[in-house]
Write a protein that binds this ligand. Structure first.
Ligand SMILES: NC(=O)c1ccc[n+]([C@@H]2O[C@H](COP(=O)([O-])OP(=O)(O)OC[C@H]3O[C@@H](n4cnc5c(N)ncnc54)[C@H](OP(=O)(O)O)[C@@H]3O)[C@@H](O)[C@H]2O)c1
Length: 260
């Protein structure tokens, strides 16, 4: 893998800039480190993959448009996060499981004051989730269910019974995305990562709650009517971000853009 941006004038090029070498997980973790946060700061980053023609899934899943290095970066981003925030439809379609503790990141997490694995936070209004799944019954750290104040009481009871923590972040059925970010941060979950899906990410964008987008551009064309990485109503004025890094491996571009 090699770095395409920012470019360096160093001669010889640092090892990370040589195309023919796989980066270690430590190097990836350095490349994707969260910014240093102030005492009550938080940072919401999204990690998404898209084909060249903008498809965010194929046959209802992101796996066919992903690749080996994309999955290593996916795992690294998880390992750096306090919490992974995900929409209920992605949980249903992709069969989400609890995040694992990974030996390769254990020392880094301990030094950062983090538990062995990030919590998963599922955003849902209807709470139409299977609370008997390992995601809810046997995670290393309790899974959070982020919902509105009028969520169905019987489903809330099911979630609690399964061991999940229910976080109310909206006055009605819907979750207010900016409030969800704040509620999680107040629980100490300040290094946040959202893995979408597109309907949830679109709301974070519309609420101007997103600080960083880690976008993998997959060297594939999919055509069809797949979703883009962010959906929902468009914003009044497009939000401009600044490139932070671009890496390349096997034709995949791994980009990161940050809030200006
Ligand atoms: N390319 C990528 O990187 C990527 C990443 C993730 C997912 N995907 C793909 O995207 C598809 C799923 O994404 P999606 O956009 O359809 O769905 P999604 O964003 O994962 O989930 C939508 C669901 O989340 C809940 N939700 C979203 N916003 C909410 C709010 N403000 N308040 C309360 N609940 C809210 C609702 O759940 P309830 O219905 O339970 O109320 C809603 O039905 C899958 O095909 C998946 O493979 C691709």
């Amino acid at each position: 893998m090699r770095r395409l941006f920012p470019v360096t004038d160093q001669t010889p090029a640092p090892p990370q800039d040589r195309a023919d070498r796989e980066w270690s997980l430590d190097e990836l973790a350095e490349a994707y480190a969260y910014p240093v946060l102030g005492t009550d700061g938080h940072w919401l980053r999204a990690n998404m993959v898209s084909t060249l023609d903008g498809a965010a899934q194929h046959d209802g899943r992101s796996q066919p448009i992903s690749g080996e290095t994309d999955m290593r970066i996916f795992g690294t981003l998880r390992a750096l996060a306090d919490v992974v925030v995900v929409g209920a439809e992605t949980v249903r379609q992709e069969g989400y499981r609890p995040a694992r503790a990974r030996e390769a990141f254990a020392a880094r997490r301990a030094a950062a004051g983090q538990g062995p694995a990030p919590a998963i936070a599922v955003v849902t209004a209807r709470m139409d989730l299977d609370f008997s799944l390992p995601l809810f019954t046997s995670p290393l750290v309790p899974t959070l269910v982020v919902t509105g104040a009028t969520a169905p009481a019987d489903r809330v009871a099911e979630a609690l019974k399964a061991g999940a923590e229910v976080v109310v972040a909206g006055d009605g059925a819907a979750v207010d995305p900016a409030r969800a970010v704040r509620e999680l941060a107040e629980r100490g979950l300040r290094r946040q990562l959202t893995e979408g899906g597109p309907r949830l990410l679109g709301q974070f964008v519309a609420a101007d709650a997103l600080d960083e987008l880690c976008l993998t551009i997959s060297p594939m064309l999919a055509a069809g009517d797949a979703q883009r990485i962010a959906g929902g109503p468009s914003v009044t004025v497009p939000h401009r971000l600044a490139p932070a890094s671009v890496l390349e491996e096997a034709g995949f571009l791994f980009t990161s853009y940050r809030r200006i």
